[in-house]
Design a protein around this ligand. Structure first.
Ligand code: SF4
Length: 112
């Protein structure tokens, strides 16, 4: 689940470069303290800090290897996202995201 994504040093270097930072800067700002050599992305508002308001990964091109091996937030199959949303998001925030999504879908259909 996002917020608990483990990252390797290779992931750290790739993400740091993507964000224009050094690896130590990235570690300090974006990772929780290491335990037994494990590094994890800090969660934000109980979900992954890199998950955008539009439910897309804001570091998609440089996303961690861990994120590439399972259905994640911006994939067509949103089962994982829906489950995680129910599990971790306050209901009010979830409803707001759903409303934004409906508005976006409505705008898209009006354009086509
Ligand atoms: S794909 Fe992006 S938003 Fe999803 S868990 Fe990984 S880093 Fe976070």
């Amino acid at each position: 689940m996002a917020g608990f994504v483990e990252v390797s040093m290779r992931d750290v270097r790739r993400l740091a470069k993507h964000l224009g930072m050094t690896a130590p800067e990235f570690e300090k700002k974006h990772l929780v303290s290491r335990r037994a050599g494990r590094r994890r992305i800090k969660s934000y508002d109980e979900t992954c800090q890199f998950l955008g308001e539009d439910r897309r990964c804001t570091v998609y091109d440089a996303r961690p290897t861990h994120c590439r091996g399972y259905v994640c937030w911006d994939q067509p199959d949103r089962t994982v996202y829906e489950f995680a949303s129910m599990a971790v998001l306050p209901l009010r925030k979830l409803r707001r995201l759903e409303r934004l999504e409906r508005q976006e879908a409505s705008r898209r259909s009006a354009r086509s």
